[in-house]
Ligand binder design. Structure first.
Ligand code: HEC
Length: 478
């Protein structure tokens, strides 16, 4: 016989949450969420374990023709709803949402809605119908796919928006110019947005043929003619131009990389050309050699060994640790804000400080303790401390980081006092500094001290807002 509901308020809560989730999904672009909600989103990585386990258990019990305990189904449904809602909140922090996040979001919502439907059917004594069996099968599959997509999100790709720098992986002695050089540059900076899963501007960049075919505005590459190649034109646009590639916030190509692309196109955009085919007087040979040298001089070979087990111990739902390439000792770490943040989340990483090459602390309320830890990461090349409460006092601790190439410190409280620290980063290539207290005078001083630095100190915030929102379907109604 059907089971009785424990109390009707559970039904109301489930109904209320379902309506709320539908509302969020439909009116996403019109709602501006308060910061409490952003905080709630941080619970998503913890809570999501509940519906996975509970729903799979409930579905399995149902498929074995047993009565699914009402309490199990109730908690599973509630946790699926709460997970979908907190996930939605977390997702609002990523603008624009990538395809992976969107898929994950809709599949996760699907899981929650199916669970609610099942709950409703069972409340209405329809526990053992074919419809319910169907729901159980689909739920098992959908939970699997949602989890898989969620995993892909936390493992890098879109969510972290952290460009992999593959520069230091070894280039062969006599490289093929396209495969080992040009393609590597495109792969590092462009293909993330121009691939079969995500063809921005309808442009694919995974082969020469696709480049020639081009996108929305025609061919991206004209063989033998770099000046008329859309791809090159966009690389040369000023940083703040909307059409500049890669877009705002992504690491731009170096001059050498741009010149390599140009010269390779001028020489016929061949896919069989090798370094040894080039005359010594051919400028492309020099540029390629320069790129190869950069790749080896700064070798990670000397880094101390870290065991996978150490990394597993230190990683958590809020700290992702990856080897930059499969066998290297060089690590890339991203920290997300847990609901109950403690500096130990970060300072516990001390044991592996020498191996950390990339560190992303964006949006974490870091202070002196954390910065002392950062200062211990002597091999750090890529640091993101944007959107943090940093002031000059804490920033001063970064002084000794000689390897730093990329630094994101926008939306912090640093002032002209920190310019002295910045000026000392002789190897710095890209610096992102909008919305700080640094004055025009400070910027000028910085540009003089580091002439090769690509400094992004922002454009009019309104413009930037527009740019960020361009990719989403956003409120023109205001
Ligand atoms: C963060 C995502 C992203 C990255 C990374 C990126 N692009 Fe784009 N790209 C876009 C978007 C969005 C468009 C379409 C809007 C536009 O035309 O500006 C576009 C359009 C283009 C177009 C025009 C396509 C057409 O026919 O309209 C070219 C050429 C291009 N990108 C080249 C590049 C190159 C070269 C790189 C690497 C240096 C790169 N992109 C990296 C997002 C990206």
């Amino acid at each position: 016989m059907a089971q009785k509901n424990s109390s009707p308020w559970v039904d109301y809560v489930i109904f209320g949450l379902t309506v709320f989730l539908v509302f969020c999904l439909i009116f996403e672009s019109f709602i501006d969420l308060p910061s409490l909600v952003a905080w709630l989103g941080r619970w998503h990585p913890l809570i999501l374990h509940f519906p996975i386990v509970l729903l799979l258990m409930a579905a399995a019990i149902g498929l074995f023709n047993r009565i699914v305990p009402k309490l199990l189904l109730t908690i599973a449904t509630l946790s699926a709803l709460v997970t979908a809602i907190t996930g939605f909140f977390l997702g609002t922090e990523t603008v624009p949402k990538g395809d992976l996040i969107l898929w994950h979001q809709w599949m996760g919502a699907g899981v929650a809605f199916l669970a609610v439907l099942w709950y409703w059917l069972s409340t209405n004594h329809l526990q053992q119908t074919y419809l319910v069996k169907g729901i159980q099968v689909i739920l098992i599959l959908l939970v699997g796919f949602t989890g898989h997509f969620g995993g892909m999100i936390t493992h890098g790709e879109d969510f972290l928006a952290m460009p992999r720098s593959k520069k230091l992986e070894k280039i062969p002695e006599n490289p093929l110019i396209y495969e080992h050089i040009v393609h590597r540059v495109l792969d590092n900076s462009c293909i993330g947005c121009h691939n079969p899963n995500k063809s921005k501007g309808e442009l694919l960049m995974t082969s020469i043929g696709e480049l020639i075919k081009g996108g929305e505005s025609g061919p991206a590459l004209v063989v033998g003619d770099p000046v008329n190649s859309e791809l090159i034109r966009r690389l040369h646009l000023p940083m703040e131009d909307e059409e500049h590639m890669p877009p705002d916030g992504k690491k731009p190509l170096s001059d050498n990389e741009i010149q390599i692309l140009e010269r390779w196109i001028a020489l016929g955009a061949s896919d069989t050309l090798k370094l040894s085919d080039l005359d010594n007087s051919e400028p492309l040979a020099g540029m390629v050699k320069k790129m190869m040298e950069e790749g080896t001089s700064n070798s990670w070979a000397k880094l101390p060994k870290v065991a996978d087990s150490t990394l597993q111990n230190l990683a958590s739902d809020y700290v992702t640790i990856q080897r930059i390439s499969s066998n290297s000792q060089a690590l890339s770490i991203s920290v997300f804000l847990p609901p109950d943040y403690d500096p130990k989340n970060i300072t516990d990483l001390k044991r592996i400080s020498n191996n950390i090459i990339e560190l992303d602390l964006s949006g974490i309320p870091i202070g002196e303790k954390e910065m002392e830890f950062v200062a211990m990461c002597k091999n750090l090349e890529w640091l993101e401390v944007d959107r943090t409460p940093l002031t000059d006092t804490e920033f001063d601790k970064l002084k000794g980081l000689a390897q730093l190439r990329v630094l994101k410190a926008y939306e912090t409280g640093i002032t002209d006092k920190s310019v002295a620290v910045l000026k000392d980063f002789k190897g710095l290539k890209s610096l992102y500094l909008w919305e700080t207290q640094i004055s025009e005078v400070g910027f000028t001083e910085l540009k003089e001290a580091l002439p090769n630095l690509i400094l992004d100190h922002g454009i009019d915030p309104e413009l930037k807002r527009e740019f960020i929102e361009k990719d989403t379907i956003v409120d023109s109604i205001q």
